[in-house]
Ligand binder design. Structure first.
Ligand code: SAH
Length: 385
């Protein structure tokens, strides 16, 4: 089922107003004090926004009339606009959300029997250029604002009918959409604190996960800032191959990355880190690669590392292919036999290009990477010819 927005964007009546989705709890309280209100009023309004998903101040009935009028005059609750949304045959739902002229990001909801996971984007495009990710082919435009990150969850929750706070459809959030969340640190951590906050979406720390390609100093900073879960996109357990797949590895090689992971776990002994490993045929899926991965995982205390195997999802123009099912099974078995907790991520939503690494949105590239990528493709094609 496909829905396309029919209303044109309203003229920017909100241009001079403050978007309340840009504040975490602390920020909202400070803002209320600035406009001459008691901080507890901010808490009341937060509950309306995140528990009741209300964006109309007029309906916030336990907020006094005078305050309602003041809020209407100075602020708004402004989630991103849904440009397009689509459901896959397996129930996965994808939204294309308009940010500003020409830029759009994607958010994906993945229902499972016992939980519902929302995959959220952090940037318009991405600058890290991981070789096997379609977002990288689009280049980078800008960081998302806090309102644009938490707004993805607001839009999805509203659509899914998350009307009551308790009986919610979104039980987990992963920052695994477009972009590198640790390169948009302040806005992403503010949005994630709203996902965690009891007055916000109220999710437990193990249900809110930030995924990073491995920005070592920022992992330490996150550890100091917020109680959430960590996922690390590893994809290879030796530096040569990892640098080829994830160029950021040149700056922060595996030993340094594992150091940050050890520090993370030392501060949270009862938690675990998820290591994502996208399996590409003939690239990183051989028994030797599994052995290297096992050795690396043993650098963390028993039980504190989980490996999440992701069969590669193809996209137009990629030179990679998905590993064969029996190779994937053998890889998983080798890890399990060595005592490494290993899950295999089922591919979801691939009929609507909503699977991992397939998110594209619309990026007005500011880095020329797109042009470079096309050039490389053409060169590749002419070599092959
Ligand atoms: N920049 C962050 C957040 C993006 S998450 C990070 O790198 O973790 C994107 C996840 O999707 C990564 O873990 C990666 O493993 C996965 N991914 C990217 N491209 C993929 C593809 N083509 N097929 C399968 N998984 C892919």
């Amino acid at each position: 089922m496909t829905h396309v927005a029919t209303t044109s964007d309203a003229p920017t009546a909100n241009a001079e107003k403050v978007n309340l989705l840009d504040f975490d709890r602390q920020g909202l309280r400070e803002f209320f004090v600035q406009i001459g209100e008691k901080p507890y009023r901010a808490d009341q309004v937060m509950k309306w926004i995140y528990h009741r998903l209300e964006d109309d101040f007029g309906r916030m009935t336990d907020v006094g009339k005078a305050l309602r009028a003041k809020l209407e005059a100075t602020c708004y609750v402004g989630p991103p606009k849904t440009l397009f949304d689509k459901a896959a045959t397996d129930g996965t739902h994808k939204w294309l959300l308009g940010m500003d002229r020409g830029n759009a990001v994607e958010a994906v909801y993945i229902p499972e029997p016992t939980r519902g996971t929302l995959c959220v984007s952090s940037q318009v495009g991405c600058g890290l250029n991981c070789q096997f990710c379609s977002t990288a082919t689009q280049g980078f435009n800008r960081n998302l604002a806090t309102s644009e990150v938490i707004g993805q969850m607001w839009v999805a929750a509203k659509y899914l009918g998350n009307i009551t706070h308790q009986n919610r459809r979104i039980t987990n959030v992963v920052m695994m959409g477009m972009g590198e969340p640790l390169l948009n640190f302040d806005n992403v951590t503010k949005a994630m604190s709203l996902m965690r906050d009891d007055l916000g979406f109220g999710l437990a720390s193990k249900r809110v996960t930030l995924s990073t390609a491995g920005l070592v100093p920022m992992i330490d900073k996150l550890s100091d800032t917020l109680d959430v879960s960590l996922a690390v996109s590893l994809h290879a357990a030796n530096d040569e191959l990892r640098t080829e797949l994830v160029p950021l590895n040149k700056r922060y090689p595996i030993a340094e990355l594992m150091g940050a992971c050890q520090r993370w776990i030392a501060r949270r002994p009862r938690t675990s880190i998820t290591f994502e490993y996208t399996l590409m045929r003939g690239i990183n899926d051989q028994p030797e690669h599994a052995r290297q991965l096992i050795k690396l995982m043993r650098k963390l205390p028993t039980g504190s590392a989980k490996v999440n195997l992701i069969p590669f999802n193809p996209f137009p123009g990629t030179r990679f292919e998905r590993s064969d099912a029996d190779v994937i099974r053998a890889f998983q078995t080798q890890l399990l036999n060595a005592g490494v907790l290993t899950m295999l991520r089922r591919t979801r939503g691939d009929d609507i290009d909503a699977a991992c690494g397939q998110l594209k949105g619309q990026v007005l590239d500011r880095t020329r990477r797109q042009a470079e990528f096309r050039k490389r493709l053409e060169e590749g094609a002419s070599h092959a010819a």
